[in-house]
Write a protein that binds this ligand. Sequence first.
Ligand code: SF4
Ligand code: SF4
Length: 588
Amino acid sequence: MSELLSGNEALARGLYEAGVTVAAGYPGTPSTEILEALSRYKDEVYCEWSPNEKVAFEVAAGAALAGARAACTMKHVGLNVAADPLMTLSYIGTRGGFVACVADDPGQHSSQNEQDTRHYARFAKIPVFEPADSGEAKELVALAFEVSERFETPVILRTTTRVSHSRGLVTRGERRTPPAVAFERDPPRYVPIPIWGRKMRVKVEERLGRLAEEASRSSANRLEWADRRLGIVAVGVAYGYVKEVFPEASVLKLSWCYPFPDALLQEFAAGVEQVLVVEELDDIVEEHVKALGVLCRGKDVVARIGELSAARLRETRARLEGRDPAAASVPLAPEAADLPGRPPVLCPGCPHRGVFHGLGKLDVVVTGDIGCYSLGVFPPLNRTDTILCMGAGVTMAHGMDRAGEPRKVVGIVGDSTFFHSGITGLLDIAYNRGGSTIIVVDNRTTAMTGHQDHPGTGRTLMGEPTGEVSIEALGRACGIRRVVTVDPYDLKATAAALKAEVEAPEPSLVVSRAPCPLHTRSRLGPPRRIDPEACVQCGSCVKLGCPAIESDAEAVRINELLCLGCGMCGQVCKLDAVRTEGEEGGHG
Ligand code: SF4
Ligand code: SF4
């Protein structure tokens, strides 16, 4: 049976059919839906959201050493977190199959950087597969496990945004569970202390040679001979764009790009007059083709930054043919070109707004983190000064404080991010006698990736109730003596608490707790409106940055369809101009 699935759903189906019994991950766009879709098979597959990607990787590695087929999922920056176990699992190798599904985000649609996961595969000396579409994504899972088990190696299955989120035809198959094997004690194989680790290092290199030969023979890579004047090496998702823009060219379709299939690359290069390498992001294959002594074009004519597309490849074609690439580009439809720029903003009724409002009253440096609250950097809130990576909102606050920053430093981190990698930073601050204030904006979910559970929500990915970790208790256990909890919708109390904690002569933890209204799907109160008679258009409520509050030269208004009734605008209006339906005056 065939069905239309996104690349992520196809990967989940592939993992299920491949007989995976343990899967772990941390949500991150564009990878999140893989594990969510896989958890629908929870009767046969154990799935978990781990606190971070390193944990997820290690859980899957443990399962694979015990003989199970295991997988972990993450986005590209998540693999940075899991890089430590990745490098050594390559040495130890696997027993059951191990596949890490890693989704890259060319174009940085929802990421702090644009990085190419294939570097990690080469760094760790393990295979990487790259599907061109949903159908191939599912098929490659089966091949990835077969290769993983046959060569006793972890494998990376890399997708990029377009494959992860676009839909394609996928043919369903049956689930096949490999025979169970138990862990067998064998320290020289599984314990990389130097005396054994050095032997493993040699085996890694030998394995790489055998894998390169296999990649040249693999059905994942395919020669399509046509006009021999131009031969295009099309890697992963680029294949579809190449077929559309260069329909006449010969193509070497690569879906298993590392270890490089040298024999196949050489055979292809020998059969065409000119070679062009088309790959998304970095010039990994191109660089290797050149190292083989093959003259080729690549990133000199193909975009290096951002997502590839057929439109961008038309510009490549123009460059190759000596035409003006600008003339080959497809102009935006007039209505799209005319759209005003819309900076991202916190949702109407978002509890984080109360914290940023309070921070706006203080002369402090704010080190931010990864999550919805990173939107506090934009006007009119303008209340985040740095963002680096998960957990760095906490640690960078301590670093600035220790560097002698004259203002007080406040670190801000979400609840899921706190569990991911904020706890160790807080421990560092307490242990090393820091002075910063850390705010955990706890909206009871992993909001930015689509409301996934985490150790603080009291529910697992399998839908089971579980212990609900207290952030306050964790803070105290780390050694923080000043721990306060605030209701961010109470602007006055929140601002007062922040002021007191920032001025305190010791580190403190503020937990701002209120659930994400998009997650609870409940109104916070009746919709507000602004009484035009009472309003003097001072703009104080506009500075909250609530998308429901609209203003122009004539008036300030509230869009009642957007308003969730949180009441914050009423609290900032000194003239009581914010009303609820039927109300004559008074606070919103
Ligand atoms: S804060 Fe009050 S007076 Fe000022 S613009 Fe808003 S509604 Fe009008
Ligand atoms: S009550 Fe005011 S701040 Fe809250 S959602 Fe409505 S308009 Fe926005």
